[in-house]
Design a protein around this ligand. Structure first.
Ligand code: NDP
Length: 403
């Protein structure tokens, strides 16, 4: 029995609230707090049991501490924006509350997300006897756990990792993003970095492209190599990795729109003066685009996210593929959200469950792959994200079409 506070009432926050409400044996008291309380109330009205809601600006440490103390929360599930990670961690330390998130800290005025800011909290969380679990979404999140699980059960040593994130869904808009538009566009337009022989190698954004056929009739898609935050923690925690790459699918229409928006300066994070007012173009663009939480009713198709891992077992080279497939409409039927929010929210709830049960509780700041993967993998099957493992031909290579 435990008291949880969810911060952020967007696409992912809605899924987390639904799932926590379904699991009353774990989450006895739920508070959903966000910048706009009416959005918390709208989500609360969809749920099968009552939860409390609150207004909070998560940039304000003092306001957060007051709310956490008033609600006697034991754990925060942070599904607001990466900009708020550090203020929420500060408040958790002060109020004596465990912490979990799905995206690493990124300063609002520099498009550079990396773990060092949050890793710097290690000693403070240890001294406070509190646990901070970083990156408990799908990618990062389930993909890190997949890697740890495959390394533990299938190999003596792993040395190549390809994380492949395919969204084969269609939301019916000419241009929209399935998670927060500002964070999505900052991530996608950043230069690419991948891990190669002990260091990160930088290449132009979207310059390497492959054709990828997903299993189970999901379809064939163009996937592009890009930087993603789990590469930083996985290359650190699995030092035998010689190469680690992240790939994501994008439609031609998405990339065309993005290129035009970039060319006209709409994706810039630098403020501009407009009619006596300072505005940040990417924030204005995000304001015009559909909110991820509104895409659910019309999104059709499936996601397929997984890891291809190459390594050695008893001296023989093997290639293993582990993946989950989720159906946008099935997710909507269950929790009124599309599959990108669903596949992020469910791992957050599983991570929170394991922390509250004590299975994954140890003082300090941990990336999710540093925890035992087995209970998380078991819970994925149980709570809506079933996965499959298949052995590929040892000669398997991605079908690179542009590099
Ligand atoms: P949304 O934009 O739909 O929701 C973000 C929510 O955070 C909104 O309710 C917003 O409030 C709230 N918020 C923003 N600023 C503040 C603040 N200062 N104080 C309180 N609340 C605030 O985004 P998503 O739900 O799509 O994404 C949520 C998080 O999940 C992001 O950090 C994203 O990067 C991460 N994510 C992780 C993935 C993974 O697999 N690891 C995949 C997808 C997303 P308001 O409604 O007022 O704007």
């Amino acid at each position: 029995m435990s008291r949880v506070m969810i911060i952020g009432a967007g696409g992912v926050g809605g899924v987390v609230a639904h799932k926590c409400a379904q699991m009353s044996e774990v989450f006895s008291e739920i508070v959903l707090a966000s910048r706009t309380e009416s959005k918390c109330k709208a989500i609360a009205a969809q749920l099968s049991r009552p939860i409390r809601t609150a207004q909070v600006d998560a940039n304000n440490v003092h306001a957060l501490i007051t709310l956490l103390q008033k609600e006697k929360s034991e754990l925060v599930i942070n599904v607001a924006l990466p900009y708020q990670d550090l203020t929420i961690m500060d408040a958790c330390l002060e109020a004596g509350v465990h912490y979990l998130d799905t995206a690493n800290y990124e300063p609002i005025d520099t498009a550079k997300f990396e773990y060092r800011w949050q890793w710097d909290y290690q000693q403070r969380f240890m001294d406070a006897g509190l646990t901070a679990l970083l990156g408990s979404g799908f990618d990062p999140g389930a993909t890190n756990v997949f890697t740890a699980y495959i390394a533990k059960h299938y190999f003596d040593e792993i040395y190549e990792l390809d994380i492949i994130d395919v969204n084969g869904g269609d939301h019916g808009h000419p241009f929209a993003t399935n998670f927060n538009p500002e964070i999505n566009i900052r991530e996608v337009s950043a230069e690419c970095r991948h891990w190669e022989n002990g260091q990160f190698v930088t290449t132009n954004a979207m310059s390497k492209k492959a054709r990828y056929t997903c299993p189970d009739d999901v379809g064939t898609f163009n996937i592009y190599r890009m930087y993603h935050e789990e590469l930083e923690s996985l290359s650190k925690h699995f030092p035998s990795l010689k190469r680690a790459q992240f790939w994501m699918s994008f439609s031609d229409s998405y990339l065309r729109h993005l290129q035009v928006l970039e060319n006209v300066g709409m994706t810039s994070i630098a403020p501009v003066e407009y009619q006596g007012q300072s505005i940040v173009p990417i924030q204005f663009l995000a304001h015009l685009l559909p909110e991820p939480s509104t895409l659910g009713p019309h999104t059709k198709g499936k996601t397929c996210i997984g890891c291809i891992v190459r390594g050695l077992k008893e001296g023989k080279e093997k290639v293993i593929y582990i993946y989950n497939i989720s159906d946008h409409q099935a997710c909507y039927e269950e929790v009124q959200s599309q599959a990108v929010s669903y596949t992020t929210g469910v791992p957050a709830v599983i991570g929170a469950k394991l922390m509250l049960e004590g299975t994954w509780r140890k003082p300090g700041v941990w990336n999710i792959e540093q925890c035992d993967p087995d209970p998380f993998m078991e819970d994925m099957n149980h709570y809506g994200l079933p996965w499959k493992v298949v052995e590929l031909d040892p000669n398997f290579q991605l079908d690179i079409v542009e590099s």
